[in-house]
Structures are given as structure tokens and as C-alpha cells.
Design a protein around this ligand. Structure first.
Ligand code: ZN
Length: 451
């Protein structure tokens, strides 16, 4: 199969009249400056698919349900109460239905691989299902249906606060000791074995949820696959960590764990200059979730300084309150503009395109964090391709990096035309090919579980 386009964003920049040959799901040849062959599928603009490095798929089902003011000060913590009530009703079929819709929407927006930070393991009463990894299996089934590439990150969660505090009732479906987690991890690997190019990492949920010993044991289980952890998302979390250990979360982690390029520190919002330098030095990826961090009122990651120092980052849709690859990049830049009252703060230097800089960074960092470095339109890599509707009037007069800047800052998801994952076309004309069936099942699920 060969795909031809007028302009493509390759690893060394924009090229015209580009022909990609795809064999067994991978790009086997790239020709530039050539005419399309008669059987080639013709398109306007090709970009590499973007990794979505942090998702809790089921939370897509509660998007918009936590936007009503409470009686006190609303915060992350009151949002979490709504989330826990939502979790109380989910079953494996509900998980599958909601995950499928979320994944279809991810593909429609330009994400082609997702890191699913998966913590809802057990039955509603907190007891393990007979099939321990049935919920992981539900996510894998959704990925089989939607075609998104999956990096599954089973979450280790054992405590409700720093120092090994007992979990709360609302957390009963998440909880495992180290031994049962090892079994869950093994069964999770089996659950994704039938998927194309899936892998399984590990995710100690946070320093609240795992003790130092547990963190070490769980990280060792990754066996070279990615290790993801939520960290320093909230100021009260930083204060609690200081009270417990005398150190801030990232500071503590860097002193007590072997953090390296296989790690992804999700959020890392509240960090000092020294902590920021330590993350850069480690080669770990900062997992930034700008839309969710704005929705939850988390705060702003010091992206301007971090990127200037060579820090690696990727983006994640996290709570999935909105699923839009371009919008994540846009908000990442806008947060910095609002904080610093300047423009093009993440462009990487004079004359550089902000959109191209953000896309390049999130592609490399996201691929690294999801265990698939080298993502991009490169011979030998998976054929994960996004095409944009260059014939839309919006793109008139744009070429090269101005396409990325225009898409990210002005167009977003409606300008995505087709998306291929592993060489299979899953989105046509901006719609996932199974959207109708997935949408109908999702509606039925919400009615059944939440009516
Ligand atoms: Zn998260």
C-alpha cells in the first residue's frame, strides 16, 4: 500500500509530493518530490500521529459532571469525590464501552497511541474479580476495536496518604499489595498479548499510594518498560510530603528511586528550580496534561524554563474532560503566555515555529514515555499517520510550519481528515470508522449504569 500527499512533515522537516509505502503496518519507504502512482491514495498533508501519554479512559464518562459549584471551595479533592462516586458503578462492560469512545475520540483528534494509567481493578465491593485483570482486558478489547496503540500502565495503589496510611472506602477498587499486583501485572500482559504493538509498563500511583519499599518493588517489575507516577500535582500534596519526609515530592523521588529515561513524571506541577534541574538531568519525561490541569485548577508547570534547559515532555489527555491533541499543545503554550505575559515562549528560539516545536517535543517525549521512542514518519517505524484537510479554506496560503501553527492555534480537531494506526485507516473524514456502533453502546452503558 502507498499513500501520497502534497506536503508531509518528516523527521527532517517539510517535504512536498511525498509517497509513503506501508508494509505490515510499518513505513517501508519514503520518497519525496515524486508523482503519485495510479493506485496511491492521495491526501493533502501528513503528520505523524501524536502519543497521548496519560489517560484514565473511564473518566470520559464523567466529563462535565463536576462543573457545578459546591458549598465550599471546590478543588481537585472535591472533583475526586465525584470521580469516586462514578467509579462505584462501573463494571467491565461499562469500562470497555467508555474506553472505546474515549479512544475513538483520541484517534479522531490525532492521537495514535495512548498510555492508559489504569487503576480501577476490582469489583464494586473491593474484592478482586475471579479474572483478576478483567478490567485491563476491557481496555484491551476497546483498543482492539478502535485500533489505537496501547501502552497499558497497571497502577499500584495501596494507601491513602504518605507513610502507608490505610486506603479509604472510595479507593477499595484500586487496592493491591505487592504480591497481588505482580499477578495482576502478569495477567495484564496476557490481556494485551493479542493486540498489535501493545506493551505493559507499571504505574505506582503516587507517593501517597505507595511506600518507599513498595515503590522500589513495583518499579523493578517494569523490567525495562516505562514507569509512570503522578507527582506534585497539588500544593496540599507537596505540603503533606514535606510534613511526612521533610522533602518535596520530586526531591524525595529523586533521592529514593532510580529515576531515568524510562520514567514519566506525570504533572510535576509544583517543583523548585533544583527539582526541575534534577528531572532534566535524569532524562525522565514530564507528563503534562494542560487541559486537565486547567480543569482541576492544579497550577502551571514551569514549561518555559524546563524546555529551555532541554527537558523532555509529552502531553496527556488525563481526565479526558476534553480530548483534543492540538488543544493540549495550544493550552501548554497559552498557560506560559498568561503566566509570563509574553508570546511564543515554547518556540525554542528566534524564528522558530511554536507549533512545530511543541509537536516535535511531544512526539519525541511521548514516544519515549510510552516505550516507543523514534515515533514519527520514519522508515521502519509504525505507520501512525494523521492527515489534515488542507482544502479547508482555513489553510489557504499556509505551507510548512505555518500549517502546524495554524492547526494548533486556530483549527484543532475539525481539521483532522484521516488517521492511520499501524497502517490501518481508522478515521475517515474526521470520524472513527466504528463511531456509530461505539457511540450507541456508550449511550446504552451510561443509561444502564447511571440512569
Ligand atoms: Zn492522572
Amino acid at each position: 500500500m502507498a499513500l501520497w500527499c502534497e506536503q508531509a512533515w518528516l523527521s527532517d522537516g517539510w517535504r512536498s509530493s511525498v509517497r509513503l509505502t506501508v508494509e505490515k503496518g510499518r513505513i517501508s519507504a519514503i520518497e519525496t518530490g515524486v508523482e503519485a502512482a495510479p493506485d496511491d491514495e492521495r491526501h493533502d498533508i501528513f503528520l505523524p500521529g501524536l502519543p497521548n501519554l496519560h489517560s484514565h479512559a473511564f473518566q470520559r464518562g464523567m466529563a462535565g459532571l463536576a462543573e457545578r459549584a459546591g458549598t465550599g471551595n471546590d478543588s481537585f479533592w472535591t472533583w475526586r469525590e465525584v470521580m469516586y462516586r462514578f467509579v462505584d458503578r462501573l463494571d467491565p462492560e461499562g469500562m470497555r464501552a467508555i474506553a472505546a469512545l474515549a479512544q475513538a475520540e483520541m484517534l479522531e483528534s490525532g492521537f495514535t497511541r495512548v498510555g492508559e494509567f489504569h487503576y480501577l481493578h476490582h469489583d464494586v465491593d473491593g474484592r478482586p474479580y475471579d479474572d483478576l485483570a478483567v478490567m485491563a482486558g476491557a481496555i484491551a478489547e476497546a483498543a482492539a476495536e478502535t485500533g489505537i496503540a496501547l501502552t497499558l500502565l497497571p497502577v499500584f495503589y495501596a494507601h491513602s496518604g504518605f507513610g502507608g496510611i490505610a486506603p479509604t472506602h472510595g479507593q477499595r477498587r484500586f487496592i493491591n499489595g505487592v504480591d497481588r499486583f505482580a499477578k495482576l501485572l502478569e495477567e495484564s500482559r496476557e490481556a494485551v498479548a493479542g493486540l498489535d504493538d501493545a506493551l505493559v509498563g507499571v504505574a505506582p500511583h503516587s507517593l501517597r499510594a505507595a511506600t518507599a519499599d513498595e515503590l522500589a518493588s513495583v518499579a523493578a517489575m517494569a523490567a525495562g518498560a516505562p514507569v509512570h507516577i503522578h507527582i506534585a500535582e497539588q500544593v496540599p500534596e507537596v505540603e503533606a510530603c514535606l510534613a511526612w519526609s521533610g522533602a518535596r515530592p520530586v526531591e524525595w523521588l529523586m533521592e529514593n528511586a532510580a529515576v531515568g529515561p524510562d520514567w514519566c513524571l506525570v504533572h510535576a506541577t509544583h517543583i523548585t528550580d533544583a527539582e526541575r534541574a534534577a528531572i532534566v538531568e535524569s532524562g525522565a519525561v514530564a507528563g503534562l496534561c494542560p487541559i486537565t490541569e486547567a480543569n482541576l485548577g492544579d497550577g502551571l508547570f514551569p514549561a518555559r524554563e524546563f524546555l529551555a534547559e532541554g527537558g523532555r515532555f509529552g502531553v496527556g489527555s488525563d481526565s479526558n474532560v476534553e480530548i483534543d491533541a492540538a488543544a493540549e499543545l495550544r493550552l501548554l503554550e497559552y498557560g506560559q503566555r498568561l503566566a509570563h505575559r509574553g508570546r511564543n515562549l515554547l518556540a525554542g528560539g528566534a524564528g522558530q515555529s511554536t507549533g512545530a516545536s511543541l509537536y516535535r517535543g511531544a512526539l519525541a517525549g511521548g514516544g519515549q514515555a510510552l516505550g516507543r521512542p523514534g515515533a514519527g514518519l520514519v522508515v521502519g517505524e509504525a505507520a501512525d499517520i494523521v492527515s489534515l484537510k488542507a482544502r479547508d479554506p482555513f489553510f489557504a496560503g499556509r505551507s510548512g510550519d505555518a500549517i502546524l501553527d495554524s492547526w494548533i492555534f486556530g483549527g484543532a480537531a475539525r481539521l483532522v481528515d484521516c488517521v492511520w494506526r499501524g497502517g490501518v485507516k481508522r478515521v475517515v473524514g474526521g470520524r472513527h470508522i466504528a463511531r456509530d456502533a461505539i457511540g450507541a453502546r456508550y449511550r446504552g452503558t451510561i443509561a444502564r449504569l447511571f440512569a
